[in-house]
Ligand binder design. Structure first.
Ligand SMILES: [Zn+2]
Length: 231
């Protein structure tokens, strides 16, 4: 795995556009390593460019310790790189599909964080048994379908699964975590919280069966939290 562009990648010219946003998104990746959500070069953060049909996303194979704004590539909403020296993440098509179909989404994160991905490997949703889950996710964290990289199937699975839930996170079966938000930072927070509750609910199950929270209480916790913290 090299941080440089393979010879087969079409040449791109670095024009240095959207530099402040690329710096911001590069910096947000530090949360993924701080909270142990990623290994090696896996995982990525993206953010829509305000007022343009573009988004910025981590370059493919860029190591976290070497990630600067130049490791973040500008793409159009079909996932084509338009500015940057790095080939965009291999998950770019999934991010592009979500941006095309969900105009309210401004940021996305993808990780293989271990506890949440363990639930994904079992295709088991994380039940809403913690008040923090009711606050953040408004219910269980759902599971999306099995999908291979290389076409629209991951993006389509994310969009279809999000349509049936209040959760900003989806566990794609046998794969990992995809989160969305009104900003890249909000999507990062959702990814951090997904791993946190995946771990706690897993630990709880080692003690026995976690107790469910009544739907009316989930609804009221969610409404209060979303009003106070404004999502
Ligand atoms: Zn992945």
């Amino acid at each position: 795995m090299s941080a440089t562009v393979p010879a087969s990648t079409p040449a791109r010219t670095e024009r240095g556009t959207h530099r402040a946003q690329r710096e911001h998104v590069a910096a947000l990746h530090a949360y993924l390593t701080r909270y142990d959500l990623v290994t090696w070069t896996s995982g990525n953060v993206s953010e829509r460019v305000p007022g343009e049909d573009l988004f910025v996303i981590k370059g493919s194979g860029v190591e976290y310790d070497e990630l600067t704004w130049e490791g973040v590539t500008v793409c159009d909403l079909d996932g084509n790189a338009v500015d940057g020296v790095k080939k965009p993440s291999s998950d770019t098509d999934a991010h592009a599909y979500v941006y095309r179909h969900l105009p309210e989404v401004t940021g996305q994160v993808h990780t293989h964080s271990p506890y949440a991905t363990a639930w994904a490997a079992r295709a088991e949703e994380i039940p809403c048994v913690l008040t923090a889950m009711a606050d953040e996710f408004g219910g269980p964290i759902p599971v999306g379908p099995f999908a291979l990289i290389g076409d629209d199937s991951i993006g389509r699975g994310i969009v279809e699964t999000l349509a049936g839930t209040r959760s900003p996170a989806v566990l794609m079966r046998n794969h990992g975590v995809f989160t969305v938000g009104p900003s890249a930072k909000a999507a990062v927070k959702a990814a951090v919280m997904t791993e946190d509750v995946a771990r706690t609910v897993h630990l709880s199950r080692q003690l026995g069966d976690p107790l469910p929270i009544a739907q009316a209480d989930v609804d009221s916790l969610y409404a209060r939290y979303q009003n106070v913290y404004g999502q």
